[in-house]
Design a protein around this ligand. Structure first.
Ligand SMILES: Cc1cc2nc3c(=O)[nH]c(=O)nc-3n(C[C@H](O)[C@H](O)[C@H](O)COP(=O)(O)OP(=O)(O)OC[C@H]3O[C@@H](n4cnc5c(N)ncnc54)[C@H](O)[C@@H]3O)c2cc1C
Length: 669
């Protein structure tokens, strides 16, 4: 039976103006009039907003009143509203897959400038859809049960908040953090803008709640190495790095640290940004969670090139005594966990200031990064909050350079969103600690949060100097006796209209925020996408800001882009809510656009098996046939295109449907 001209098929066609997004470039009434006379079309309309309630109700009413059995909507991207219209078609009493959507916005009106040609293209696309939809078959959405446990990757404030929200709602959570303690960047701060509340006072209670929560399994010093499965049913491998300390036996008493043969700390302390020293056995910071020490095999005398030597006679183990928590035999181990949903909250790294040598970092000893200053002003930092320069003097004048590695075509184009605010916070703290004259060198002040502009006003009232202009260079080349021993900042003061040389005792570089160095590896592992700058990409910037293109995997915090703590926490809560909504539904609905093998026609060549990017195809050795796991299949069509015997078919994309569409678009009617 030729369905292309069949009186049993009654198609309803709707073209959306999308305000003026489509209507400005496509003559919508003309397209509707054209489609009305195509075979099988029972009704054709144009309407201002098809996605609105009245638009959807119109489809439902027409299905009943005009006895329609196929629907085509020509509007925006299916990514945005295919589900909306399928819902309307189903509510009208039809199988939701007797529907096809044509994208005449992104594919037509937005990319053309000639209205006549764009209208012709819309007609061709509509004609193709009309011919295709006639071939559509009834399909059913499958329901697959969802595993109720959640994996959260990254234990910064985003991961902590997401894990706590889920755990408090009764969900079991695995929180995986690669450092020995959770806390992320926030754990390094003394105060937070704009309220200047103590960071530790708000963060550490949350950290210890995570550590003791019955619903949270905390896996620190660990990394995810493999993710298999699909939304609702993921199998995850977690690599547990050896601490050489038994987490269950260690009480955090730190006697082992005192017992270490290195009587004085002498190795780079990462938590203090290298401004302090630690021993080979250490606890990263006083409030670390878990309160468990860790041994660094790279510097511990008991190891040489990673191999146990027993050289120091395990003095830490002796100091540990009967607790017997030190365990030099520990090996890296892999742990497998099963979860239904995943929240990725792996945060950011700061821009490497050495990439801008003109600012002297690493060359001029009194040039610091903002993170170093965070530790220097911190009461629990390497100098107990006493601010002295690297040559041991209390600074009398300090410059803070904004936008280092941000808003710059040569480095990163984006605004890092928090640097203006944290620079002003550091200005306040440095002034409070030293009484020094503070100069902020800025391009323009970006303070768009609640209470942020007021904080800027407060800084002006406190007498912090603001000089508008991008700093040209920072040197230690004195030209006058007053400049001797100082850092010289050369800047074009764009408000005063001349170039200035300002001698200072200390310079702070407000480095911007960047994606983590391994963001691409993490992206690949979780099958997510990255934007051009390298941060993880959300499914939709406005409507799905914590979803990714991989269902069941959500993102939160600075791994998605620079943001402050309030926004990070809000986003983490949203990601937890999304995960919970999925879990509480109890099942996931699986799109039926999956591929299947016609067993009788499969020649058993196995060529499809390695090609599947979702590892959905296995080979049945007994039957000598390829088998597709529908739950894993994402409907990408790679196997269909590659199958030499043509024995793989994809629902919604079978030959009849595709060739009808091609005939339709090429027909010159
Ligand atoms: C100098 C400076 C000062 C700031 N001051 C303020 C302030 O006063 N107020 C404010 O609101 N905001 C401030 N911010 C911004 C604030 O730091 C961020 O908003 C916040 O830290 C974002 O939290 P996060 O959890 O997304 O990321 P992070 O804090 O970066 O945490 C990410 C966590 O994930 C872990 N991780 C990374 N990759 C992996 C992996 N593959 N597997 C497992 N774990 C992983 C990391 O070890 C880390 O613990 C400041 C930023 C800077 C640079």
């Amino acid at each position: 039976m030729d369905k292309r001209n069949n009186s049993d098929i009654r198609i309803g066609f709707y073209i959306c103006h999308c305000g003026t997004n489509i209507a400005a470039m496509v003559d919508c009434p003309a397209v509707a009039k054209y489609v009305a006379q195509l075979p099988n079309v029972a009704l054709s309309r144009d309407y201002k907003y098809m996605c609105s309630d009245p638009g959807q109700e119109m489809i439902q009413k027409d299905i009943k009143e005009h006895n329609l059995n196929r629907i085509v909507v020509a509007s925006c991207s299916p990514l945005l509203h295919e589900h909306t219209f399928r819902g309307a078609v189903e509510a009208g009493g039809l199988n939701p897959f007797f529907f096809h959507m044509v994208n005449i916005r992104e594919h037509d009106s937005w990319v053309h400038t000639n209205k006549e040609e764009a209208t012709k293209k819309a007609m061709a696309l509509a004609r193709a859809a009309i011919q295709r939809v006639a071939m559509h078959k009834t399909l059913e959405v499958k329901k697959v049960p969802i595993h109720p446990d959640v994996l959260v990757v990254g234990g910064g404030i985003a991961g902590i908040h997401a894990a706590m929200t889920l755990a408090n709602a009764g969900k079991k959570v695995f929180l995986v953090e690669r450092e020995p303690s959770i806390g992320g960047h926030m754990a390094k701060f003394d105060k937070t803008f704009p309220t200047l509340d103590c960071a530790a006072c708000i963060l550490t209670p949350k950290m210890s709640s995570v550590g003791s929560h019955p619903n949270i399994t905390l896996m620190t010093y660990s990394e995810v190495t493999k993710v298999d499965g699909y939304v609702g049913n993921y199998t995850v491998n977690v690599k547990r790095k050896p601490r050489y300390v038994n987490e269950d036996l260690c009480t955090g008493c730190q006697e082992c640290i005192s017992g270490c043969i290195f009587k004085e700390p002498r190795f780079r302390d990462e938590f203090n940004e290298g401004l302090g020293k630690r021993k080979p056995i250490y606890i990263p910071f006083p409030q670390a969670t878990p309160q468990v020490v860790v041994i660094d095999p790279n510097v511990c005398s008991n190891f040489k090139n990673g191999v146990l030597t027993d050289k120091c006679k395990k003095s830490c183990a002796t100091a540990c005594g009967d607790k017997k928590a030190i365990d030099f035999t520990q090996k890296e181990k892999l742990q497998e966990i099963k979860v239904g949903t995943i929240i990725v909250a792996t945060g950011f790294k700061t821009f490497d200031a050495k990439r801008m040598p003109q600012y002297g970092y690493g060359r001029c000893k009194n040039v610091y990064t903002a993170l170093e200053i965070e530790r220097l002003v911190n009461a629990s930092g390497p100098t107990a909050g006493h601010v002295v320069t690297r040559d041991g003097k209390e600074p009398k004048s300090i410059g803070i350079i904004h936008c280092v590695g941000s808003r710059d075509k040569k480095t990163n184009r984006w605004c890092s969103r928090v640097c203006c605010m944290y620079s002003m916070k550091l200005a306040h703290l440095l002034k409070e600690h030293t009484g020094a004259a503070i100069y902020n060198f800025y391009i323009d002040i970006r303070a768009p949060g609640k209470g942020y502009e007021e904080f800027y006003d407060k800084m002006l009232e406190e007498g912090v100097n603001f000089i508008r202009g991008r700093v040209g260079e920072v040197t230690d080349w004195a030209m006058t006796p007053e400049e001797e021993g100082k850092l010289i900042v050369r800047v074009e003061d764009t408000l005063a209209g001349f170039t200035r040389r300002i001698p200072l005792d200390m310079v702070v570089l407000a480095s911007g925020l960047e994606p983590q160095a391994d963001a691409q590896d993490v992206r690949r592992m979780f099958n997510m996408s990255c934007g051009s700058e390298g941060f993880f990409l959300e499914r939709h910037p406005k409507l799905a800001p914590v979803n990714t293109f991989n269902d069941g995997i959500y993102i939160a915090g600075c791994c998605q882009g620079p943001r402050d703590i309030p926004d990070t926490v809000a986003q983490a809560g949203a990601a937890a809510a999304e995960a919970m909504a999925l879990i509480d539904k109890g099942h996931i609905e699986q799109e039926p656009n999956t591929a299947y093998v016609i067993a009788e026609e499969c020649c058993g060549c196995k060529s499809c098996v390695p090609l599947c990017p979702y590892t959905a195809i296995t080979f049945d050795l007994t039957q000598q046939k390829a088998v597709i796991n529908e739950a894993l299949c994402k409907g990408c069509g790679t196997c269909v295109a590659s199958c030499p015997s043509g024995s793989i078919v994809q629902n919604l994309f079978d030959d009849e449907e595709i060739f009808s569409e091609i005939d339709g678009v090429l027909a010159n009617e």
